[in-house]
Design a protein around this ligand. Structure first.
Ligand code: BEZ
Length: 211
């Protein structure tokens, strides 16, 4: 059955470019991003993996571990890693799962047969420290993902996990946020001491509380 938001991220043990990893153990208390690419030694994937590697310090700051996957072997990943470093200006610095058996790809429903019956699509799963799935994205092979968008949504998820807020359209870190409708005006006065603006009774904006 397909994985849905709020489900426990299925656990697995797999061979990776950094040795055998048990997913839940490896995550520990961190957030995690498990993402698949269709194939090693292909152009869009090369640019994506380089961009995620370059952005790793941003994920580290957010206590978030990255782990990639395709149905290629660990040996293939290791030899492709040289090309990523050479052409994208950043060395691979997170593990890639070698999923030739498609065990993990099937567990996470990353193969969409009507798109391609053998290769994984570009899936992204963000998993919280509670091991629950917080976000699912699916892109086709022809469209590279946007690393800034992955970081943006991670910022939103981490903020809304801590405060009773939601983030509006096109929100980025530092912008005003929306007070949850479960919070009364009286509660909002104490919970959001920077104040809030009532645009409509159901739309109340407040400065980002952790800034
Ligand atoms: C690519 O990364 O460019 C790619 C991979 C698989 C199929 C098509 C494109």
């Amino acid at each position: 059955m397909a994985i849905r938001l709020g489900d426990t991220a299925p656990d697995f043990t797999a061979e990776t470019t950094e040795g055998k990893i048990n997913f839940h153990e490896w995550l520990g208390d961190s957030w995690g991003i498990l993402f698949s690419h269709p194939k090693d030694f292909t152009p869009v994937c090369t640019t994506e993996l380089g961009a995620f590697a370059k952005a790793k310090p941003e994920f580290d700051k957010r206590n978030t571990k990255l782990i990639g996957l395709s149905v290629d072997s660990v040996e293939s990943h290791n030899s492709w890693a040289g090309d990523i470093g050479e052409t994208q200006g950043s060395k691979l610095n997170f593990p890639l799962i070698g999923d030739e058996s498609r065990e993990v790809a099937n567990l996470y429903d990353m193969i969409h047969p009507n798109a391609n019956d053998t290769l994984t699509v570009r899936s992204v799963f963000i998993v919280g420290p509670d091991k629950l799935v917080k976000l699912i994205l699916t892109y086709p092979a022809s469209t590279g993902r946007n690393v800034d968008e992955v970081i943006r949504v991670l910022d939103s998820l981490q903020l809304t996990a801590e405060y009773s807020v939601a983030t509006p359209v096109n929100w980025t870190d530092g912008n005003d946020v929306i007070i949850a409708n479960t919070v009364t005006d009286d509660e909002a006065k104490t919970r959001f001491p920077k104040g809030f603006k009532t645009v409509k009774p159901y739309l109340r904006l407040t400065p980002q509380p952790n800034r």
